[in-house]
Design a protein around this ligand. Structure first.
Ligand SMILES: [Fe+2]
Ligand SMILES: [Fe+2]
Length: 273
């Protein structure tokens, strides 16, 4: 796996050098260190899979004759996600105390959206990855940054966040540029897009105990993650559609039914601080 010499940081994985020394890692027990190895190694796998998703987004944007700067940003996002995979692999290696290989590739399958026209399906692919998934990722990483206090993990989370915000903007910018007829068609798809993304985030394997210790190393607890997901929908995604004049009644109904009632924790009790 290799990221581009002409990518965002000209061949570097991060904007700034990462801390070479992190005594908080040395202070961990072997068991806790192993848990954090698995967390960051799993993150390398999911970041790598997102690179495949952005290949689809770049294709969709070209098919939609999107603005050149959006296509360029999506092409850069493919490279960004490869850097994220390397960054996560590197962090996992630091916790392991030895160089780790990449985890096995996770398969990516494009959402089919069989009932949609070609144009609508391309738009849904862009929205699903960018407006939904990357906006959620941004809220998740904000929570990671807020709770992280280990120097390496905090720096890594900041680097990831700075890219995911750009990736989310691709979706919102493309939606703003879409003709009203396409936006009207999208409205009926919003709950299923929201549901698919929420399900994916909820089903991410996190089989470790919720402990402040892990949150300090970039692995926040389930309640914090649930709060970040709710924040993403309530304060970013739904207002984003409303800002563009799109009806969100069905999305609100979905949120009340799925995101609140079925949340493992009461969202209102676990908002980001
Ligand atoms: Fe990423
Ligand atoms: Fe991303």
């Amino acid at each position: 796996m290799r990221w581009s010499e002409t990518g965002r940081w000209n061949g570097k994985v991060t904007s700034r050098p990462l801390p070479e020394c992190d005594p908080s890692i040395d202070a961990l027990s072997d068991d806790d260190r192993a848990t954090l190895v698995s967390v960051w190694h799993a993150r390398a796998a999911t970041e790598r899979r997102v690179a495949d998703s952005f290949t689809l987004v770049s294709h969709a944007l070209r098919e939609l004759n999107a603005a050149a700067d959006l296509i360029a940003l999506s092409d850069r996002a493919i490279d960004d996600e490869h850097r994220h995979a390397e960054l996560s692999r590197y962090v996992a290696s630091r916790y392991a105390g030895k160089e780790l290989d990449y985890p096995p590739l996770l398969p990516f399958s494009a959402p089919k959206h069989t009932q949609a026209s070609d144009e609508l399906r391309h738009t849904l692919h862009v929205l699903g990855q960018c407006a939904f998934n990357e906006t959620i990722a941004s809220a998740f990483l904000e929570a990671c940054c807020e709770h992280a206090n280990a120097p390496l993990a905090k720096a890594a989370c900041r680097e990831l966040l700075s890219d995911e915000i750009d990736h989310a903007r691709i979706g919102w910018a493309q939606l703003a540029a879409s003709p009203p007829v396409v936006r009207n068609q999208i409205v009926a798809w919003l709950p299923s897009l929201a549901n698919a993304n929420l399900r994916m985030w909820r089903e991410s394997p996190r089989k470790y105990p919720s402990r402040e210790l892990f949150a300090g190393h970039g692995a926040p607890s389930e309640p914090v993650i649930a709060g970040a997901l709710a924040t993403a929908f309530r304060e970013l995604i739904i207002p984003g559609f409303e800002h563009l004049g799109m009806p969100t009644g069905a999305l609100h109904t979905w949120m009340d039914a799925e995101c609140v009632a079925k949340s493992p924790v009461k969202i209102t009790e676990h908002r980001l601080q």
